[in-house]
Design a protein. Sequence first.
Length: 115
Amino acid sequence: MKATMIATLSAVLLAFAATGAGAAEKNLADRHVAAGMKCESCHGPGKKIETPEKEQCAASHDPVKLAEKTKGVKPANPHDSPHYHTGLECTLCHVAHDKPENYCNQCHKFDFKVK
């Protein structure tokens, strides 16, 4: 019961903080909460998963549709690269509780914004 209350309070506080006047740009977790998702959607029920794996993301975000949606990203579509298809995890760029990172720039010079 106490854990449920803490989880609910945390979600409410996240949503409240994200909607405040002058709030900083929302991170991925804030956008998921705003869309009505609960923490368990990504982190699983019971024993919490620290960092979701690609399969958990793909359950809600179809990789084929995602690649189509980002096909205009230049100079290269990050969702249709050889690295993406060999097991690169979504959370390397899409950091849910912090600022997203253009992980590709560790080896490349791609100037695109990660959400």
